[in-house]
Design a binder for this molecule. Structure first.
Ligand code: PNS
Length: 157
């Protein structure tokens, strides 16, 4: 059985992530969405809420499940869960430049390969941080996030 990991902060998950994870679910038998829980990093949403957004947004994909990544190496997480592939979306050459050294390091650490999927053009300009900024200033983010995320992002807290 083929198994891949889709790692990320998912703070929050958006439609660009969902499109990539859906394609990963067609390529692999089992897909683990590994939600980063790096204690040194400041997230807008806590782990429980980011996991919940992912679970509710990906419920239509039966071979996709969510797990917290924890505070260790992604390569160790892959080895522990028997995954020999990572799947990541690439929005641009900038993403590639950022991702390439990590993909080589992950292969060195745990012989895990990274499969890069080009992001769909309609989501190539979308990032969680941009969506948070636009939502906080009252802009329309509806086309880029699931309803559960939009409702939460437009709340002022
Ligand atoms: O959505 P993000 O914030 O770009 O996701 C980043 C993530 C979680 C994929 C990255 O920070 C990561 O791989 N963290 C695990 C720590 C690790 O293994 N670092 C070494 C990478 S070679």
């Amino acid at each position: 059985m083929s198994r891949a990991v889709c790692p990320g902060s998912f703070d929050p998950i958006h439609n660009g992530h969902i499109e990539i994870i859906s394609r990963a679910a067609r390529l692999f038998d089992d897909v683990i969405v590994a939600v980063s829980t790096n204690y040194a990093k400041k997230y807008r949403f806590d782990t429980e809420e980011r996991m919940d957004f992912c679970t509710r947004s990906l419920a239509h994909l039966p071979n996709v499940r969510m797990l917290p990544l924890g505070d260790g190496l992604l390569a160790d997480f892959c080895a522990e869960h028997g995954a020999n592939a990572l799947v990541k979306g690439l929005r641009s050459g900038l993403d590639f430049d950022y991702e390439l050294p990590m993909s080589t390091m992950n292969r060195h650490l745990a012989d895990v390969d990274t499969v890069f999927l080009p992001t769909a053009t309609e989501f190539a300009h979308v990032s969680s941080s941009l969506l948070k900024e636009v939502a906080s200033l009252g802009g329309d983010i509806g086309p880029f996030v699931p309803d559960v995320v939009r409702e939460r992002l437009v709340q002022r807290d």
